[in-house]
Write a protein that binds this ligand. Structure first.
Ligand code: CO
Length: 468
């Protein structure tokens, strides 16, 4: 192999974000991470994905932690390794579009508190929704990676992907990611996709997939051979299933080839040893359901992300209609077509899924239309790759005229208003951002924090239970 050019593949380690989000509902507390980050810092990962996505919400809502404090602690521990976060374009980490001033401030604070690489995506692949976040990232000196949400459908030709890659490069991104949230990318199509992207751009290409359909490590291998530069992997105890391929296995698989990562598997297994008991505990407590560890063939059949599938099952059984699952799964592709064939990723996956449930349960298509479906039909999430079905759109929006501009162009600055609303809770500048994204959850957390710091329940102070 001496005459073959060496092209070491880079590894992004996801155990602190996507792996734990996918397998254990993002419930890993900071204290579980801190004892091992010094060792993780010695490995030589290209980056550690550790923040954003659902981690922020989960910190505030379930773990009663300040997500900003988590980030600062991780930054302190990771002295050599780049920290990466996942960022939902104009939605930031929430489910609605925010004004540009909130997006810019969030980016600024993320980088100021320790993030190096911001992976930015939009659920419709509408690049207008990425512009503000990308510009802000560049302005703050960060690395802006744009992620394409990978999906299948008539509109998603190799030319489409190639064109998108070019636009992404033109926008000033530093790298590009193929984000295959549902594990739909098969090994051979991955070769074609990577080649097409390489025709459209010279940016480094990162592949992100999930093992849900049992395909992921084969896809990585073929994608790397085709020229992909970076692969997202998870430390073995929280790898496979709905998570990523195992970091250690991928490193081993490329050893002695031109793609050799140069990473030390022995050292990496020490990190596995650390997380193994945590995994065992999670299995015992039920936090980790063994079901999500296997191959889910329905993913290949229905092309819906694993998380979406489990949401549907829950929605239906809560409504006492578990027997309707098959009908809903068949309705999903139809709704998706009506809605202009969007990728299925938060929040479009919830919108399409919920609409399909309503169409089936109500017995008449689009008789019941949730607010979010209407917003999508009104163009308030941006432009879908194909136009919506005109009849369906008409049924949903009635006489209203959908917008065609970038949705955030219609949103006035919001920061000052949020500042005012939460002034009484503010302890650090970042608090306003927690509040902007998750107002009720943040407020509850702030109230909890007050009692923690003082040992005094402020509510009881008001009640006169304590002398003031
Ligand atoms: Co993912």
């Amino acid at each position: 192999m001496a005459d073959i050019e060496k092209k070491p593949v880079k590894i992004v380690e996801t155990i602190l974000r996507d792996a734990q989000q996918s397998l254990i509902a993002t419930r890993m507390p900071t204290e579980e991470m801190l004892p091992i980050i010094d060792k993780m810092d010695q490995i030589g990962y290209y980056a550690v994905e550790c923040w954003g996505g659902a981690t922020f919400d989960s910190c505030l809502r379930f773990l009663k932690e300040d997500p900003w404090e988590r980030l600062r602690k991780l930054r302190q521990g990771f002295k050599n390794t780049k920290l990466q976060m996942l960022f939902r374009g104009q939605n930031i980490l929430g489910y609605n579009h925010y004004a540009d001033d909130v997006v810019e401030y969030f980016v600024q604070k993320s980088i100021a508190n320790g993030i190096d690489i911001i992976r930015i995506f939009d659920c419709l692949n509408d690049v207008r929704n990425l512009e503000t976040a990308v510009k802000a990232t560049k302005k703050e000196g960060g690395h802006a990676q744009i992620a394409l949400c990978y999906t299948l459908g008539d509109a998603y030709t190799l030319d489409y992907w190639k064109g998108l890659a070019k636009r992404i490069e033109d926008m000033g991104a530093d790298s590009l990611c193929i984000k295959d949230m549902a594990g739909l990318l098969c090994p051979y199509p991955a070769v074609e996709l990577v080649k097409a992207l390489k025709e459209g751009t010279t940016l480094p290409i990162d592949i992100h997939t999930h093992y849900t359909s049992g395909m992921a490590s084969m896809t990585y291998m073929k994608a790397v051979e085709a020229g992909a530069d970076i692969i997202d992997c998870a430390c073995s105890p929280l790898s496979l299933g709905t998570s990523q391929p195992s970091s250690e296995v991928m490193v081993k698989a490329f050893q002695g080839t031109p793609y050799d990562t140069g990473l030390d598997v022995e050292k990496m297994t020490e990190i596995c040893d650390y997380f193994e008991p945590y995994k065992e505990e999670a299995l015992k407590s039920g936090l980790l359901n063994p079901k999500v560890m296997g191959v889910n063939v329905n993913t290949l059949k229905y092309q819906v992300p694993g998380g979406m599938l489990s949401n549907l099952v829950k929605q239906l059984s809560d409504a006492g209609q578990a027997d309707k699952l098959q009908a809903v799964l068949e309705e999903i592709p139809r709704v998706r077509k009506d809605f202009g064939e969007p990728p299925l990723v938060t929040p479009s996956s919830q919108i399409v899924g919920t609409q399909a449930v309503m169409n089936v349960l109500s017995g008449e298509r689009y008789k019941m239309v949730p607010k979010e479906s209407k917003k999508l039909a009104m163009g308030e999430f941006g432009q879908t790759v194909k136009p919506m079905d005109p009849e369906v759109q008409k049924k949903i929006v009635g006489d209203e005229t959908p917008i065609t501009c970038r949705p955030a162009d219609l949103i006035k600055p919001q920061l000052a208003g949020f500042e005012k609303e939460m002034a009484q809770y503010k302890r650090q500048p970042e608090d306003v951002l927690s509040y902007a994204l998750f107002p009720n959850v943040a407020k509850e957390y702030f109230e909890y924090r007050e009692t923690q710091d003082t040992g005094i329940d402020k509510a009881k102070v008001k009640d006169g239970a304590y002398p003031v």
